[in-house]
Design a protein around this ligand. Structure first.
Ligand SMILES: NC(=O)c1ccc[n+]([C@@H]2O[C@H](COP(=O)([O-])OP(=O)(O)OC[C@H]3O[C@@H](n4cnc5c(N)ncnc54)[C@H](O)[C@@H]3O)[C@@H](O)[C@H]2O)c1
Length: 310
């Protein structure tokens, strides 16, 4: 039997998730959105690429959750994206209500699925999906680290004029300005980054990575990034659906790891058929640990605002 993925939100990120899943022939997809006609129209359009692209998956759209029944994975992208000058945190209350509704719909029809949250502010929205779903913590995960690391790796590859495939880098922490690109653990085919670049170039790249989303928002003016975000969410879905056990930086509920308790923060995790199969606790320097704590504190502020609602 083919796998099945629900994508909630048929906007820029959601539609591109559906397209990428189809292109990889990973699973059937049901796109769900509140706007009548949009998920149906985009679903049909993606389906009609099948004969040309050579995929045999079913892509449908709906305004309710009944057709999503028995999905293996649900990707929640429903929400408002930021506009120039807005931070991700400005979206908190509006997107909380949307993620709540989306999670309820998903859980009702696919009680055994794995939820990937994309909606911002990411870490707080992942925490909301966990609260609302009442799923075990290994079945709710947030997408941010894969995207932030992809941006980091892109800028490094550009600066060194090497293949992006050779650049390994990890960005931990919350999905915001306080994210923690771990320079010490970044390398190009095993060669430490610090041997390939001077400190000021590294600092510039770290800074550009932290502001990677805002840079695109500034160009687009009417929305935020979606090609790389959809690629990142689908890499995670792929690892679940094929039990690939990829080790990727994702927002996961920490319960004591890194000295953080009861909070979603981006850390390296193993993603397999049962969800998050392992959280890796990397040895950090005191500076790195302090940066991670600072990042976690900014996530905690948002979560505290939402606590009264749960
Ligand atoms: N985690 C990340 O790294 C990351 C990256 C990019 C975007 N995002 C976030 O993803 C979200 C979506 O971004 P986008 O660019 O696709 O926005 P978009 O405006 O293009 O699409 C959002 C879609 O959600 C739909 N929607 C709103 N309320 C809904 C509901 N209750 N149920 C179902 N659908 C609903 C809208 O109709 C719209 O089609 C935003 O919150 C954005 O900030 C996160």
């Amino acid at each position: 039997m083919r796998k099945k993925v629900t994508v909630v939100g048929a906007g820029n990120v959601g539609a591109n998730c559906a397209l990428r899943i189809a292109d990889k022939e990973l699973a059937d997809v049901v796109l769900v959105d509140v706007v009548e006609g949009v998920p149906q129209g985009k679903g049909l359009d993606i389906l009609q690429s099948g004969p040309v692209q050579g995929y045999d998956v079913m892509i449908t759209g709906a305004n309710d959750y009944a057709p999503t029944a028995n999905s293996d994975v649900a990707i929640i992208t429903a929400g408002i994206p930021r506009k120039p000058g807005m931070s991700r945190d400005d979206l908190l209350i509006a997107n909380y209500e949307i993620v709540k509704t989306a999670t309820e719909g998903v859980v009702k029809h696919s009680p055994n699925c794995i939820i990937i949250v994309v909606t911002n502010p990411l870490d707080a929205m992942a925490q909301s999906a966990l609260w609302v779903s009442k799923f075990p913590k290994n079945r709710v995960v947030g997408m941010a680290g894969v995207l932030d690391s992809a941006r980091f790796r892109t800028f490094i590859a550009q600066a060194l004029n090497v293949s992006v495939e050779n650049v390994t880098g990890v960005v931990m922490g919350g999905h915001g300005d306080t994210m923690v690109p771990l320079v010490r653990l970044t390398n190009v085919s095993g060669i430490p980054l610090t041997e390939l670049m001077d400190q000021s170039t590294i600092d510039q790249i770290v800074d550009r990575t932290r502001n990677g989303g805002a840079e695109i928002v500034k160009y687009l003016k009417t929305g935020s990034a979606y090609y790389a975000p959809s690629a990142a969410a689908v890499e995670m879905a792929d690892s679940f659906l094929k039990d690939k056990k990829k080790v990727l930086p994702c927002a996961a509920l920490l319960e004591g790891e890194y000295g953080i308790n009861g909070l979603f923060v981006g850390v390296p995790v193993k993603l397999g058929a049962s969800g998050i199969e392992k959280i890796y606790e990397v040895m950090l320097t005191s500076d790195e640990r302090a940066m991670l704590q600072k990042s976690a504190a900014s996530v905690q502020e948002l979560v505290d605002v939402l606590k009264s609602k749960n």
